[in-house]
Design a protein. Structure first.
Lengths: 373, 444
């Protein structure tokens, strides 16, 4: 081996040795302290999301879906106005919990399409009426075989909320095929209860993967959550407010495009979505002393101003919602300007999350980024 | 005249074919792998099939994709031609096919522009010009009379120059306040990679992005000279490996590091290869050469023109804009590699000027995620999308429309700012070039 070759090999060896020695010298009990700290923060955020939010909300949702199923069975046996009112209230309870879970449609939960089974909107009323007016045996198996547009919370809403309760009651007591309509309602609520239980199973199976995917790449759980925050804000802006405001059709108010307009819960839905989004941002799910959320990282990275801006935008959205006293469906007809103002606030919040927060966290707001530069 | 004579003499002097052959083999196999990876990742669908609308390059609007089967066939042909380059079979035809198929694939969709794709197209073009199949190739095995031991110096110099262009202009692009004084975007990227085993904890420290920024800039500007100089070449190649492996580990940067690591092998001379091979007891012998390769008369002037263009293109932004990172006027084809973290938001308002009616258009409804992301901060693409919307709305029967954009962009950790003047009717701008006059200045 001549001098030049020896020199090359020596340089390579020295460089690699120095690199490895430097890296390993700061190692403490196998895990460098600061690396442990960062992993701890990320893992704590994800564990916080799962233990104090997702798991809790899913359990609540199962409970409400089961209660809804029970009262619907009761309503089937005694089809009275009182029982109808109870069923409507229990449906709303389940819906409002669901709207907080809506944010966490990620990983295997997303790919299972279970969200479509639970709450696909707008529901296809033609399909539902065709099924009811048909001759197939209506039970859970039948509902399970149907598509998302004819089952879940939206389909139940369609059956439980006519323009007035008398009309609703008539549809279950005297209208054509009223018995099959009741059977369809019972089967829907039973299917919802079982699907809620399946959702819990999916989350239990995914829990470890979710809380341990602390990496920053496309598959990192933190990145998945940010993408889902953006997706939900875009859904509020484009579909829950924009389309009903007529942004798609030259400014003609379109009530049919409003989510859950029959039950007049559209505004409550948006509020629940935003509550869940804010909790996810701050990490304030439970009264624990150590609460890690995106807010924690923003402060750690030195972006206190941006953090305050985001919190202010959340508050501005809530103020706009609270300023809308009537159901959204009425306000759209009577005072669409206030709904537009709410949409503008949501847009500003969306910009802060999608553009600013993603920028400082170095997140990837897309699922199919290719090869960098 | 003397200078021209000296340069011509330098470029036409005989040199060993070995570095050129090594370059051909590594480039061919790497690109073959890259094209199959493109297919495997489902990027044919994502890039060519799923989009309802394509952001084409200026003057290349006529480049459009075919149906799924044809696109798979074209990518396959591209991969096979790359393999043929590596093997040295039907070399000239393979290089021509690879250059045209690869360049065609890149020209279809601007939102997928990457510096290294541009680099590959340029290298593929240069490969057409050189006799890289005259040793260690199936062509020269089948036709021994083709065998060459030596080739004119320009056949290897052009690839060295091409690599140096990437490094030098990549380094010059880093001579900006964001990079040097604020350590951006590395401050953002490194903080986000603290989870990396062994070295992740280092990125916790505030000084690390500065170390990476300055050393990255110095590396880019100095490495070409270190690689070109005999005495420093071994150390330089070690640095090339360390630098690019680090970028591969730290960033989502795909094939670029491997292209640079293997591409830099062109600098290793015949004598140095012999020394390396000797360690493994491999002896490299000369072939019986029956004729020598003659440089065509026009090739030297052509190379001069080619690299003159290569030198002018990256500088054009100095004439076009005072902040290339913000406006992106002259950003592409200029080796602005890894110099910014940019995110954006856009929504378009379509106004029927006859009735006053308004429509909102959110790009995610019509664009893929990557198209939406790239368009949100690239002015020429915003203009292109407005043109697309004009056609869509005129198709609905609206004759007199105006299109405005609400755009917010965040650059290198700054708070988002309004990007394009929201009062500009994008349809009044006759070409993509005009939109650059309607970008609002970066405030911070």
């Amino acid at each position: 081996m001549n001098y030049s070759t020896k020199k090359t090999l020596s340089i390579i060896s020295i460089t690699l040795t120095l690199l490895v020695t430097t890296l390993m010298s700061c190692d403490k009990n196998g895990i460098p302290e600061s690396q442990y700290e960062i992993e701890f923060y990320r893992q704590n955020q994800l564990t916080n999301i799962y233990n104090n939010e997702v798991s809790k909300l899913v359990s609540e949702f199962i409970e409400f879906a089961s209660t809804l199923n029970e009262v619907v069975v009761e309503f089937n046996q005694q089809t009275t106005l009182d029982n109808l009112l109870v069923a409507q209230q229990k449906w709303e309870d389940a819906l409002l919990v669901w709207k907080q879970i809506e944010l966490y449609n990620i990983g295997p939960i997303d790919t299972s399409f279970i969200y479509y089974k639970i709450n696909f909107w707008p529901t296809n009323t033609n399909f539902i009426n065709t099924f009811i007016n048909g001759t197939d045996i209506i039970n859970n198996a039948y509902i399970e075989s149907r598509g998302g547009s004819s089952k879940g919370l939206s389909a139940i809403e369609y059956l439980l909320f006519k323009p007035n309760n008398e009309e609703t009651l008539n549809s279950f007591t005297i209208d054509a095929n009223h018995q099959r309509r009741l059977e369809y309602l019972v089967a829907l609520s039973q299917n919802l209860k079982l699907t809620a239980q399946n959702l819990e199973t999916l989350w239990i199976d995914y829990q470890t993967e979710f809380t341990s995917a602390v990496e920053n790449g496309l598959d990192g759980s933190q990145n998945l959550v940010i993408n889902q925050m953006v997706a939900l804000l875009e859904e509020i802006k484009i579909y829950k407010l924009g389309k009903p405001l007529g942004e798609d059709n030259g400014g003609v108010i379109d009530i049919d495009e409003l989510e859950a307009y029959r039950s007049k819960t559209s505004l409550k839905i948006i509020k629940q979505n935003l509550i869940a989004l804010k909790r996810c941002y701050t990490g304030d799910f439970a009264q624990t002393p150590f609460r890690v959320g995106f807010k924690t990282f923003m402060i750690q990275y030195g972006y206190e101003d941006l953090n305050q801006n985001i919190l202010n935008r959340f508050e501005a959205c809530f103020s706009k919602i609270d300023a809308i006293s009537n159901p959204l469906v009425d306000q759209l007809n009577e005072n669409p300007e206030v709904v537009s103002e709410l949409n503008n606030e949501v847009t500003q919040l969306l910009v802060f999350i999608k553009v600013d927060m993603a920028n400082v966290l170095g997140s990837t707001i897309t699922f199919n980024d290719n090869d960098g530069d | 005249m003397m200078v021209i004579k000296n340069w011509t003499a330098y470029l036409t002097k005989e040199t060993s074919i070995l570095p050129l052959v090594v370059f051909r083999i590594t480039f061919g196999f790497l690109m073959c792998f890259s094209m199959f990876r493109f297919m495997y990742n489902g990027w044919i669908e994502d890039c060519y099939i799923k989009p309802k609308f394509h952001f084409t390059y200026q003057y290349f609007d006529w480049v459009t994709p075919f149906d799924t089967l044809t696109m798979y066939s074209i990518v396959s042909v591209c991969a096979i031609s790359a393999l043929s380059i590596g093997l040295g079979v039907l070399y000239r035809a393979s290089t021509i096919v690879f250059f045209f198929t690869f360049t065609y694939l890149e020209l279809i969709e601007k939102s997928w522009y990457l510096n290294h794709y541009y680099f590959v197209s340029l290298v593929a073009f240069l490969l057409i010009l050189v006799p890289a199949n005259r040793r260690y190739a199936i062509d020269s095995k089948l036709f021994p009379r083709l065998k060459l031991n030596t080739v004119p110096n320009w056949t290897t110099v052009i690839f060295k120059l091409q690599l140096c262009t990437v490094y030098v202009f990549g380094g010059l692009a880093k001579l900006k306040a964001d990079w040097l004084l604020n350590a951006q975007p590395l401050k953002i990227w490194l903080k986000a990679r603290t989870d990396i085993p062994l070295i992740g904890w280092l990125f916790e420290y505030d000084f690390m992005p500065f170390i990476f920024s300055w050393s990255g800039m110095l590396y880019d500007l100095i490495i070409p000279f270190l690689l070109w100089t005999k005495q420093t070449r071994p150390m330089a190649y070690v640095l090339v490996i360390i630098f690019h492996v680090l970028t591969y580990v730290l960033f989502n940067i795909g094939m670029f590091p491997w292209l640079m690591i293997f591409g830099s092998l062109i600098f290793i001379t015949h004598q140095e290869w012999n020394k390396i091979l000797k360690i493994f007891n491999i002896k490299q012998s000369n072939a019986i050469q029956t004729y020598s390769y003659k440089t065509k008369r026009l090739i030297i002037p052509f190379i001069f023109i080619f690299f003159s263009i290569q030198t002018i293109l990256p500088f054009r932004h100095y004439i076009l804009t005072d902040n290339v990172l913000w406006t992106e006027n002259g950003f592409r084809f200029a080796w602005h590699v890894m110099v910014m973290e940019k995110n954006g938001f856009t929504e378009f308002t379509i106004v029927d000027t006859s009735s006053g009616k308004q429509w909102k258009e959110y790009p995610k409804k019509r664009l893929t995620a990557i198209q939406e992301k790239q368009m949100s901060f690239q002015p020429d693409m915003i203009w292109q999308y407005a043109q697309f919307l004009e056609k869509a709305y005129k198709g609905k029967g609206l004759k007199n429309i105006a299109i405005y954009v609400n755009s917010k962009v965040s650059l290198n950790g700054r708070m988002s700012q309004t990007f394009i003047n929201p009062e500009t009717n994008l349809l009044q701008l006759k070409s993509a070039d005009e939109i650059y006059n309607h970008i609002l200045p970066l405030v911070q």
